[in-house]
Design a binder for this molecule. Structure first.
Ligand code: NAD
Length: 354
């Protein structure tokens, strides 16, 4: 088998971003992929339905921290690289219970790195040179910004939530496996994603779902917190670019140049839904301001000029049209939302415990 024919292992590939990436790779790049996913509440095989019978796709249920399983997959499939998206990903849940975040994001990533290192060490020189471990991280590791300024790749880490702290710890282990053992790693730190197939606990799908059901729209604090938004398809195209062209050991920020306050986001969702419903209601009237998230970071904004200039990547989606497409998708796919919400989560407030 040519090395270029060997698959890419995508961990967390049944989640929001991982499923988009797996579909892009299989359908747009004719790349064979193996998805390894534990199928937690956030992972759903429904999100991979489009490729479930595709010959280039294979699914394995399991934990990234299960060293024996990961080693068996590596030896059996001989992948040319790994893109690690397996994580506990919701800040509010990390406030209610940090332990699972340490287990998956820190211990799990560390075990995954170690399994990969042992596999990589036994490869031919050519295969070693081509292998990549791409670790997908977040801009939240950098802490919070004031009204001005941007996070760049050299910004000091100042994680404020248990989620951000667990991702920061994982990023450091990834860096250490490169520095100490020479594993060819890449790290990306991306801003907030939106798009189809996002579990409806996150701001945009939660607000779409509540707007459609004519329920109160709870906004933390005064709604002035700013995030930079990137369409998930653009994030995945950036991940593919970094995986294929990035320099091992290097970090790449990914962002969408689309800063919005949370209140602006909810207003935009209300307006899109109302327009689609021929203005039968004024959904902005559903907005209610609730107690702020403990330790809520005020602003995140990304300088992704390294990715733009060195690897020539640009996002394709404009935020307004991407949001419309997303709202439209959720309206047309209420069955998907119902199915993934069949478990313990029903749109209730999480993350209140200080
Ligand atoms: P998600 O919660 O939708 O998906 C996470 C997936 O990981 C799920 O399918 C889950 O079943 C799986 N998983 C959890 N624990 C696992 C384990 N121990 N072993 C194997 N699989 C496990 O998350 P997402 O939004 O798709 O985020 C993916 C990655 O991207 C995360 O690392 C997250 O930190 C990062 N990220 C997300 C965003 C965002 O806005 N969503 C932004 C920047 C970075």
């Amino acid at each position: 088998m040519l090395i270029t024919d060997s698959p890419i292992l995508i961990t967390g590939g049944a989640g929001f971003i991982g499923s988009c990436l797996a579909k892009q790779l299989v359908l747009n790049a004719a790349q064979n992929v193996i998805v390894l996913d534990k199928l937690t509440y956030a992972g759903n095989l429904d999100s991979l339905q489009e490729i479930e019978d595709h010959e280039l796709y294979e699914f394995v249920q399991g934990d990234i921290g299960d060293s024996q399983l990961v080693s068996d997959i590596l030896v059996q499939h001989n992948p040319r690289g790994i893109i690690n998206l397996a994580a506990e990903s919701h800040v509010d849940r990390s406030i209610d219970g940090p332990a699972q975040f340490v287990q998956t994001n820190v211990v799990g990533t560390c075990n995954l790195l170690d399994s990969c290192f042992h596999y990589w060490r036994d490869q031919s020189a050519e295969a070693q040179a081509q292998f990549r471990f791409l670790h997908v991280s977040t801009d939240e590791v950098y802490g919070s910004l004031g009204p001005t300024g941007l996070f760049c790749e050299t910004t000091a880490y100042q994680p404020n939530s248990p989620y951000a702290a667990s991702k920061a710890a994982a990023d450091h282990f990834v860096r250490a496996y490169h520095h100490t053992f020479g594993l060819p790693v890449l790290t990306t730190n991306c801003s907030n994603n939106y798009g189809p197939f996002q579990f409806p606990e996150k701001l945009i799908p939660l607000m779409i779902s509540k707007t459609v059901q004519r329920e109160p729209l709870p906004i933390y604090g005064d709604g002035s917190n700013v995030r930079d938004w990137l369409h998930v398809e653009d994030h995945c195209s950036a991940l593919r670019t970094v995986f294929n062209q990035g320099e091992p050991g290097r970090v790449y920020n990914i962002g969408g140049n689309s800063e919005r306050t949370n209140l602006e986001i909810v207003h935009a969702i209300c307006d899109v839904v109302d327009k689609m419903n021929n203005h039968q209601h004024c959904s902005r009237e559903l907005i209610t301001f609730v107690a702020d998230r403990p330790g809520h970071d005020q602003r995140y904004a990304i300088d992704c000029s390294r990715l733009n200039t060195e690897l020539n990547w640009q996002p394709q989606f404009q935020f307004e049209s991407g949001l419309k497409q997303t709202v439209d998708w959720y309206l047309r796919n209420s069955q998907w939302t119902k199915r993934v919400m069949d478990g313990s989560y029903r749109g209730q407030r999480l993350g209140k415990q200080p």
